[in-house]
Design a protein around this ligand. Sequence first.
Ligand SMILES: O=C(O)CCC(=O)C(=O)O
Length: 396
Amino acid sequence: MAETDFSAVIDFHSIENNSAENQALIERCTQFETPDPKDSKTGGGGGGGGGGPDGKSESTGCLLPVGARVWRIKGKSGFYVITNAVTAAEQWAWTKTIIRDYSKAAHTNLTNLKKPGADWEAVVKSDADAGGGGDFTAWNELRWSSLGYHYDWTERCYRADWKTPFPKDLNDYAARLARAVGYPSLVCEAGIVNYYPADTSMGAHVDDAELPPNQPIVSISIGNRAVFLLGGPHRSTPPVAMFVRSGDVCVMGGECRMAYHAIPRIITNTVPAALKEAAMSDTTLPARERDLMWEYLSGSRLNFNLRQVVDSEYTFERDLAERAAKKAKAQAHKIVSNAASVYGAKQMTEQLKREADTASGSGSGSGGGGAASTNTAAATKPVATSTNTYSAAAKK
Ligand SMILES: O=C(O)CCC(=O)C(=O)O
């Protein structure tokens, strides 16, 4: 098989190795970074590199680890990549939580781990029973679990009454990352945990079921490197390709909150040595279980995708009212169109539609601003390779 050509993919970890075209797209936002006290050049604080989502260039203080770098891409307003945002020790700690806790029913409405015994304990037991060589067959089918509000894949929305408590430590962690790049008030209420064994992918989609339009998504990568595609408001907008590595965080806010995005490739054998070191020096787990976890992680990628679902203005009640108004409007239009075609009075249709809108109370002035209720992510999970420009950008 021919080698993949990744030369068009932005690499924030090695700026000098990017194409001239990509170098021209990348901007560093030092005002969001934590100055290294040992470095006389950065010790005095940042400066330059563009502003926050509101266009202001304000420093957010020392919310990121020393060594974390904040990047943005020209033309992708509101989108940030924070490299080295999650330390190796934190990556391993989250890995254990994701594998042992967040894959379980207490936290989640699992999708595809419905086979009896298809859980982490079963992997550990199979290994003990066989005296080594744990059986990952069923476990490897796990693609996602959900935290907090559970997404209803059929209705393509969240529901007020369908949730488990969102883990406080994860909210605190992600909200700080969002704050670090100028989004001060994110409250994570829903989280998709994505499990990507090698050879899996995620098709192009927009996450638009969350109601407040101004809160970003925080997306945390652990394990193998992936190619992340960031497009625009339409599927036809050509995406920009970038690597996301273990410990990197993408914050999708502002104009990019509703951008199409996808993960077309997981690149194996790319887990950083520091993460292996953190795993291998962990003495809090039985050594064999630790080794099994490492075996899984070394062939996979994990991702937290964290979102706020409602706020004081964008509530479930408002969403329901807006959906009902939309439905009434669509029904009224259907009746008018049918009547117009029966009576051959097509020219009257627009006028009649306007009257129907007034009668159904759903004219263009009402409601306004609520998030759309469709979520194409539903159609793309479990992960699948799409056939549009998104998969073309990083084919094998
Ligand atoms: O894995 C990723 O980095 C992106 C995940 C994502 O887009 C989603 O869960 O909606």
